[in-house]
Design a protein around this ligand. Structure first.
Ligand code: PMP
Length: 408
């Protein structure tokens, strides 16, 4: 008899499990709108041209790379120095006083997830008993991450089902009601799963209450440049907080904006009020990383550092980001046009256009989402979220029929 008899079967992951079900469906009309990964109009995965170029350049420049010291030795615990510099500058802007004053502790992480996990470990160790407030709803993995790091969390109101918009007053009330010194997890842009972001004026008010209450903001930046098409615009929320002199935690990911999903490249940044504390925080982030994974992988870090550090490649990346964000915006518009012209019920679908980023939160409940899958072969998460990055213009009419049928 197995020694592992006591280990029960784990449930499938609510997001990655959708792809498994999709693969098992043999109907040709099937559509996978579950996982948030960019697809072309032909619904194929996309490798950015800049990423291909970096590969080619690095192959051609083998000697150059060796001279520069590129090899497969371990990276330091904190990761590749050129990457850490590039990622903090991309986030905050190269001329940000926090960078000049060396108040930013940056450690390369295992993409967004691993960076969040490192931030959670820092909270668990140095802020025992502190709670993290997360939005209701949020990306499903946030709860897993804080649970596994043994950091208690609770939710603040965010989504208002009546308007399919932001419950701003509820959000402010809940942040105000939390005990002083609470960590507040915020999505830097393109909120997942709702696609609903605060306006610039609302961000100011959110910063006001966080400051009043001495809370600590913890930004999850998984879509910089991918939401609006502009790196600066998508980082405006974080920069607003930093410009106020607030201390801020930021986890970054290059999965979406550079299409480096499998390379696991991102960073954990702590912006502190002094360079001395930034140095101490960084030393502890390294200490936490060492027994978890020792040091991060090098390949993705070199791609980011090379793209950001080479002006022609940097410009090309920005153009490709605009192209990807633009395709998603076009699909969003076409989906709205199709639904609003087909649906005769008088329902207002304009929320689709107000949402931003990869996702649309349709407001479909679990039963309606089940109908989408069982009857229409449209695979999506059960919270009513669809990934527009997995949709083509050609499939918008079909999806509109599926959504209208499932609603009514
Ligand atoms: N945060 C949010 C809000 C996300 O949507 C994602 C990706 N789905 C991540 C973090 C992390 O993704 P990764 O670990 O691939 O960077």
């Amino acid at each position: 008899v197995s020694r592992f008899e006591g280990i029960p079967m784990a449930p499938p992951d609510p997001i990655l499990g959708v792809s498994e079900a999709f693969r098992a469906d043999t109907n040709d009309v099937k559509l996978n709108l579950g996982v948030g990964a960019y697809r072309t109009e032909e619904l194929q995965p996309y490798v950015l041209n800049v990423v291909k170029k970096v590969y080619v350049l690095s192959l051609m420049a083998e000697n150059l790379m060796l001279e520069r010291g590129d090899n497969k030795e371990y990276l330091p615990i904190e990761g590749l120095a050129a990457f850490n510099k590039a990622t903090a500058e991309l986030l905050l802007g190269a001329d940000n006083p926090a960078i000049k004053e060396q108040r930013v502790a940056t450690v390369q992480g295992l993409s967004g997830t691993g960076s969040l996990r490192l931030g959670a470990a820092l909270i668990e160790r140095y802020f025992p008993g502190s709670k993290v407030l997360i939005s209701a709803p949020t990306w499903g993995n946030h709860k897993n991450i804080f649970n596994d790091a043994r950091v208690p969390w609770s939710e603040y109101r965010y989504y208002d089902p009546r308007t399919v918009g932001l419950d701003f007053e509820g959000m402010i009330e809940d942040i105000k009601a939390a005990p002083e010194g609470t960590f507040v997890l915020l999505h830097g842009c393109a909120h997942n799963p709702t696609g609903i972001d605060p306006t610039p004026e609302q961000w100011e008010k959110i910063a006001d209450v966080i400051q009043q209450k001495n809370h600590i903001p913890f930004f999850d930046v998984a879509y910089q440049g991918f939401a609006s098409g502009s790196l600066d615009e998508d980082a405006a929320s974080v920069r607003l907080f930093v410009a106020r002199g607030m201390e801020v935690l930021v986890a970054q990911s290059y999965s979406k904006n550079l299409g480096l999903y499998a390379e696991r490249i991102g960073a954990m940044n702590v912006i502190s009020s002094s360079s001395e504390s930034a140095t101490r925080v960084k030393s502890q982030l390294k200490r936490l990383a060492r027994p978890m994974y020792s040091n991060p992988p090098v390949h993705g870090a070199r791609i980011v550092a090379n793209v950001v550090g080479t002006p022609v490649l940097f410009d090309e990346w920005k153009a490709e980001m605009e192209m990807m964000a633009g395709r998603i915006k076009n699909v969003r518009q076409k989906l709205y046009d199709s639904i609003s012209s087909k649906d005769k019920s008088g329902k207002d679908w304009s929320f689709i256009l107000k949402q931003i980023g990869m996702f649309s939160y349709t407001g479909l409940n679990k039963n309606q989402s089940d109908n989408m899958t069982n009857k229409w072969h449209v695979y999506m998460t059960k919270d009513g979220r669809i990934s527009l990055a997995g949709l083509s213009l050609a499939k918008c009419e079909y999806l509109a029929d599926a959504i209208i049928d499932s609603y009514h």
